[in-house]
Ligand binder design. Structure first.
Ligand code: AMP
Length: 279
């Protein structure tokens, strides 16, 4: 497994491969877990060469404390990646990616960036799109793999690719969960024992909301979820939204032939957890 911080070395390696070689790319921020590995395993099914990037992208953090506290476990990450059979790991410095200008570009994603995470984390998606576009330009992957865990991000990356005509296929990957249902996340490592024990409540609530979606109206479900969290001492609800999968706009009534998803963001102390479920 090749590990490099340098764009030049990464490109030398990739240029030395046959032109017909398919490149599967999995961008990450490290502190890897089985959720990340599930993306890599997916990539290995249909790509010859697997590239993983580990880069904690400063421009997508609206909260500086979250950036400072973001877990970093590089040696463990490299061990996991070697075990699963990755060809190249790209671990650039901030300077290698941004030079002196550590800023996001401004993007227009036809409103997708205004909803949910876009509202609660201003500038987040400009940061995400800036880094993903830059990484695509560097790696030039055939396919890139993104988790539905960050469903809004996935839809925005699809829009980015369509708007800029980027020659890459985006492959969505289902949410990988702990046995008790908690969506795997690098941030879970920061939960206290008590918070960790409380956290599966998030997915349990989503599953009940999904059941209710068959019989109750959206307003009733929203009120029920809000109420569930009112009684929870360890988890506080930031938002719960039932939205159209394509537009990500919250709905008040369902229509036939549309796909819907419920999205949730919850704080356990300082730690912000997100999850979603297809309805
Ligand atoms: P991150 O390192 O958090 O930026 O995540 C890198 C990629 O892994 C993103 O495409 C995430 O959506 C994906 N990912 C993170 N957690 C999970 C999970 N539990 N299941 C599936 N994909 C995930």
């Amino acid at each position: 497994m090749v590990v490099t911080k340098e764009i030049r070395l990464l490109q030398n390696y990739l240029n030395s491969l046959s032109k017909s070689n398919s490149i599967g790319f999995v961008p990450t921020m490290g502190a890897l877990h089985q959720g990340h590995l599930s993306l890599i395993k997916n990539a290995k099914k249909s790509c010859k060469t697997i590239v993983v990037s580990i880069f904690v992208n400063p421009t997508q953090f609206n909260n500086q404390q979250d950036l400072i506290n973001y877990p970093s476990t590089l040696q463990n990450d490299l061990d996991l990646l070697k075990e699963v059979g990755v060809d190249l790991v790209f671990t650039p410095s901030i300077n290698e990616i941004y030079g002196q200008d550590v800023n996001s570009e401004n993007f227009d994603f036809d409103g997708l960036e205004q909803e949910m995470e876009g509202k609660f984390r201003p500038g987040h998606f400009n940061g995400v799109a800036t880094i993903v576009k830059r990484l695509f330009e560097i790696v030039k992957p055939t396919r890139a793999y993104f988790g539905e865990k960050d469903f809004q991000q996935l839809q925005i990356i699809r829009k980015l690719v369509a708007k800029f005509n980027l020659p890459v296929e985006i492959i969505p990957c289902s949410i990988h969960r702990e046995k008790d249902g908690l969506a795997m996340s690098s941030r879970n490592a920061r939960l206290t024992k008590k918070q960790r024990e409380a956290a599966p409540f998030i997915y349990q609530t989503l599953k009940v909301a999904k059941k209710m979606f068959g019989t109750k109206n959206v307003e009733e479900i929203n009120a029920w979820v809000t109420n569930q969290f009112k009684n929870n001492a360890l988890l506080s609800l930031e938002y719960f939204i039932i939205a159209n999968e394509k537009t990500l706009k919250p709905i008040s009534h369902k229509k036939t032939n549309e796909l819907y998803r419920a999205f949730i963001a919850v704080f356990a102390g300082e730690i912000r957890l997100i999850d979603n479920i297809s309805l």
